[in-house]
Write a protein that binds this ligand. Structure first.
Ligand SMILES: NC(=O)c1ccc[n+]([C@@H]2O[C@H](COP(=O)([O-])OP(=O)(O)OC[C@H]3O[C@@H](n4cnc5c(N)ncnc54)[C@H](OP(=O)(O)O)[C@@H]3O)[C@@H](O)[C@H]2O)c1
Length: 311
């Protein structure tokens, strides 16, 4: 069995996977620049179009991340090869920390204290109880459900939203269009952990932003395409004049790297991070890749990506 790896630092991935699957031949796309026949599995993050077109014998593709939008939008993607993606693989814990940091940032007024510091203003704000700070999590998949659970464990009331109905202990679950409007007007911080699909594009627009309570905050470790940036800027207000939205912590953008002239960089109520919320941890990911390949080989039914749904 031959497995081709395409990702940054592919040699490290190759060595780790070779240890886990000693009977397989593991090669990197760089080492195997030609003769790419007889490759059974491609384990890749954002493979180039040409590479996808050069692999006629593939039995499966393993996406080395949770988001499959880039892969599904690649014109070289073969139509009939099953795709699986990493599910959590340690990313949920990292994204959970990012989200908890963001929720506490707003709930404990760190945004206000930063502004006060710039004018050397010593003024304490009363603390809002966590119990009075409902958080909404859009997307209850492998990552969203775990992050929502971490927030519940911290003492925040949590509302979650997904496409299909879900049940999780301690989380008020909503689904479908009605479910989204039920959730929006109840939450003080909204967290986006939806995949980037045609259906979720600009789900955060002027209408959804207007449905949030005055002074709500937004955290987006999901995908940049979820947000209509012009509507977001409008909701944040200009300069010192606060809009309906109190602030936003953003990790994903429609265009990455975020262009230097994008107004989000300099906005006083926006915190920009460079898509760092949930890097793929090598050890967990390699273990999961090996299990997925073993399951493919054993003919097991796998939870595959649905290209028509986009995730
Ligand atoms: N910033 C980072 O570093 C980073 C790292 C990893 C992942 N991510 C992002 O996080 C996203 C979520 O990852 P995941 O592994 O949790 O994904 P996932 O397991 O595929 O779950 C996606 C969730 O979104 C829901 N959903 C999809 N389309 C919907 C729609 N139209 N309306 C309502 N709900 C919808 C799904 O509903 P159902 O449950 O009903 O199917 C599911 O609950 C990824 O797609 C990626 O964009 C970011």
């Amino acid at each position: 069995m031959r497995v081709l790896i395409h990702i940054d630092e592919a040699d490290t991935w190759r060595d780790a996977l070779a240890e886990r699957l000693p009977a397989a031949e593991i090669v990197t796309s760089e080492a195997l620049a030609h003769q790419r026949r007889d490759i059974d599995y491609l384990a890749a993050w954002k493979p180039p179009e040409a590479l996808l077109r050069e692999l006629p014998d593939l039995k499966g593709i393993i996406n080395l991340g949770a988001g499959v939008d880039a892969l599904l939008n690649n014109p070289g993607l073969p139509k009939d090869v099953p795709i699986v993606k990493l599910r959590d693989a340690g990313m949920a814990e990292l994204i959970g920390d990012y989200v908890r940091y963001g929720v506490l940032h707003f709930q404990r007024d760190f945004d206000r204290y930063r502004r006060q510091q710039s004018s050397k203003e010593w003024r304490e704000h009363a603390v809002d109880d966590k119990a009075d700070w409902p958080v909404g999590v859009l997307g209850l998949g492998a990552i969203g459900a775990k992050v929502a659970g971490m927030l519940v464990a911290d003492g925040f009331p949590v509302h979650g939203w997904s496409r299909s109905p879900k049940q999780f202990d301690g989380i008020t679950c909503h689904h479908g269009d009605n479910g989204l409007s039920e959730l929006l007007d109840q939450v003080r911080t909204l967290v986006l952990l939806l995949p980037g699909t045609p259906e979720t594009r600009h789900i955060i627009d002027s209408e959804t932003l207007a449905a949030l309570p005055e002074g709500a905050s937004l955290i987006n470790p999901g995908r940049g395409t979820l947000i209509d940036e012009a509507a977001l800027l409008e909701a944040l207000g200009k300069g010192e004049t606060e809009g309906r939205l109190r602030g936003a912590l953003l990790d994903a953008f429609a265009e990455e790297p975020l262009p230097r002239d994008n107004p989000l960089w300099a906005h006083p109520r926006v915190w920009v991070t460079p898509h760092m919320a949930g890097p793929t941890p090598l050890k967990e990911a390699v273990g999961q890749v090996a299990e997925l390949i073993e399951a493919f080989e054993a003919g097991e039914t796998l939870e595959t990506v649905d290209p028509s749904a986009g995730y």
